[in-house]
Design a protein around this ligand. Structure first.
Ligand SMILES: Nc1ncnc2c1ncn2[C@@H]1O[C@H](COP(=O)(O)OP(=O)(O)O)[C@@H](O)[C@H]1O
Ligand SMILES: [Mg+2]
Length: 370
């Protein structure tokens, strides 16, 4: 395997990626200035550099623990590639990817437009949305004029919160959000921003095996630092913390989330005052994730199981937004944002109280070895 250097993430980009990345960076630099923009790029590169090895190490720990729990033996075939055996049965996993879902169902679920349509047609609540091509955003502007803000713009096929901007209200913000999202895909979605908390629901063979509440990333003022300084300091802290995989991107989602609270990068929040720094939850920290171990309603279980079934997935992780996880989505006014067919299992382990974390790899491994 080629050694990874600090510029490896750049080297892995195609010319088109580089061009689109440049467009997104220039658009950001216009809003925040070249120096802050350069620091953000430096943080993003550093974070991308450590993420690969850190995630691999976490997968290693998750499977080693699960194999011990079910009495199986684990062999490392290559870094991040494992074979797990029990009696006559064997399975292989690549980091957190397992052999429960078929390749066709995975590709369908990963296309957010197609999977969204299939889920909506089956009557499961989803946000109102429209899709359009980044090169012709007319449908997007029409949707914006017709519906009540705020909105979210996202690439049709990306993951990990990449290219997503929330709190879009104005046509000028839509234009910038389109440039940001087009870095990842020319096919985009514009949708109504849902109110409530974000939850990750893991479904295995029709049963919900875990529910994690994912709060939006927050920072706390010290009475002296600007928000931009607080954010860069938090990224340095995360870089030094081996259990952290993601930095806080300084991007349009950050700027518009601050704007929605009457803040900007140069604001100096008073000591002890906490504010939201993003609305896209993918970049939150361990302290902002909580295992929900009270019961969830049969209706919500049924919503989750049928979303997985419609997409033909035995293992699925739903991102939902709801104001009450003890009600079904119809009743709470909640929505399914997406159904992940290759769930990142670490979300269930990296929670504020690790002693209460659900060891989701154990039932998954049992199913794999049945
Ligand atoms: N319509 C929406 N309403 C509220 N928050 C949203 C919406 N769409 C996305 N988000 C936020 O952005 C995150 C990422 O969006 P998601 O659709 O799950 O894409 P990804 O595949 O990148 O995770 C969500 O977990 C949520 O925090
Ligand atoms: Mg998601």
């Amino acid at each position: 395997m080629t050694p990874r250097g600090p510029l490896t993430p750049l080297a892995e980009m195609t010319i088109v990626d580089v061009w689109r990345e440049l467009a997104a960076r220039v658009s950001l630099a216009r809003a925040v200035g070249p120096i802050t923009s350069w620091k953000a790029l430096r943080d993003d590169l550093a974070s991308a550099h450590v993420r690969v090895t850190r995630r691999r190490d976490v997968a290693d720990a998750i499977w080693t623990e699960a194999a011990a729990e079910v009495g199986a033996s684990l062999t490392t075939l290559a870094p991040g590639f494992f074979e797990i055996r029990k009696d006559e049965k064997a399975t292989r996993v690549i980091r957190e990817r397992v052999m429960l879902n078929d390749a066709v169902s995975i590709e369908i679920a990963e296309d957010k437009r197609l999977s969204r349509r299939l889920i909506a047609e089956s009557g499961i609540p989803v946000p109102d949305w429209c899709d359009f091509d980044a090169r012709d955003a007319r449908r997007g502007y029409e949707f914006l004029a017709r519906q009540k803000p705020p909105f979210v713009v996202k690439p049709a096929t990306a993951s990990g919160g990449k290219g997503i901007t929330t709190n879009v209200r104005l046509p000028s913000e839509l234009r910038r959000a389109v440039i940001t999202a087009a870095r990842w895909d020319s096919q985009l979605m514009l949708e109504q921003q849902a109110e409530g908390d974000v939850y990750r629901l893991l479904v295995l063979d029709g049963e919900v095996v875990d529910l994690v509440r994912r709060l939006r990333p927050r920072l706390t003022g010290d009475g002296e630092s600007t928000i931009s300084e607080l954010l860069l300091a938090e990224n340095r802290r995360r870089l030094a913390d081996p259990s952290s995989f993601v930095g806080l991107p300084l991007d349009l989602d950050c700027l518009l989330t601050l704007k929605a609270q009457g803040l900007g990068l140069r604001s100096v929040p008073s000591r002890g005052v906490t504010f939201m720094v993003r609305t896209v939850t993918n970049h939150n920290g361990e302290m902002e994730n909580e295992t929900v171990d009270d019961s969830i309603s049969e209706e919500l279980q049924a919503d989750a199981a049928s979303a997985a079934e419609i997409l033909g997935l035995r293992l699925a992780a739903l991102d939902i937004v709801t104001q009450d996880h003890q009600l079904g989505l119809q009743e709470s006014g909640g929505v399914v944002l997406e159904v992940n067919p290759v769930p990142a299992l670490y979300h269930h382990y990296r929670v504020v109280d690790r002693s209460r974390a659900t060891k989701v790899a154990v039932p998954i491994l049992r199913s794999l070895l049945e």
